[in-house]
Design a binder for this molecule. Structure first.
Ligand SMILES: Nc1nc2c([nH]c(=O)n2[C@H]2C[C@H](O)[C@@H](COP(=O)(O)OP(=O)(O)OP(=O)(O)O)O2)c(=O)[nH]1
Length: 178
């Protein structure tokens, strides 16, 4: 039985990664939630857009590129005790993009060697699910209880089938994927 604490208020976010061979494009968040942490590109889904549209838009806004054919590969559910809300994050990955990588007001983008990713300067859950996110054709679901923004009190990460992920997406989010 799950011991996770679910809060009534949900917010729906995206996170998009660009991975090419042994490199991953990340951005250092320059302001707001998760400031100074390296992360994929993303943010809140706006009214009247699909989750995938939000993932593309946020990436364009934050680092100037348009990701091609982003694949939906994971869902993260964060129960934030401090803010008394649950954040649902839809995770995507692209291998191709158009445009030039540029710094924005929100993010400083940089390519990392995958084997040199420094999880000490990232959200604490990232070290749990990145290894699966970095694989090909692996789909995952994770649920995390946060005490403060840097402290996880319980976690549950699992690999799922793509159909299960799509069913979970429908269950957890009223916003359509496409
Ligand atoms: N890697 C990782 N990303 C997380 C975690 N928690 C969390 O919200 N995120 C991501 C999801 C979103 O991409 C981002 C938060 O979105 P945001 O607050 O920057 O949203 P936004 O760009 O719409 O911001 P704003 O315009 O309202 O300032 O952080 C986490 O634990 N790990």
């Amino acid at each position: 039985m799950s011991t996770m604490v679910n809060f009534p208020k949900y917010s729906h976010c995206t996170l998009l990664f660009v991975q090419q061979a042994d490199k991953l494009l990340l951005g250092m968040k320059k302001r707001g939630f998760g400031v100074n942490l390296w992360n994929g590109f993303g943010g809140k889904v706006d009214l009247n857009e699909t989750v995938r549209q939000a993932a593309i838009r946020e990436t364009q806004e934050e680092c100037g590129i348009t990701p091609i054919d982003p694949k939906f590969l994971g869902l993260l559910k964060f129960n934030m005790n401090l803010d008394q809300k649950t954040i649902i994050v839809h995770v995507f990955k692209s291998t191709e993009y158009t445009g030039n990588i540029t710094e924005s007001e929100e993010m400083l983008p940089k390519w990392f060697d995958i084997d040199k990713i420094n999880y000490d300067v990232m959200w604490p859950d990232d070290r749990i699910w990145y290894p699966d996110m970095l694989k090909t054709n692996v789909f995952f679901f994770g649920e995390y209880d946060f005490q403060e923004h840097s402290v996880i009190t319980s976690s549950n990460h699992k690999i799922v089938k793509e159909e299960e992920l799509l069913a979970l997406q429908k269950q957890l989010s009223k916003i359509p994927l496409d």
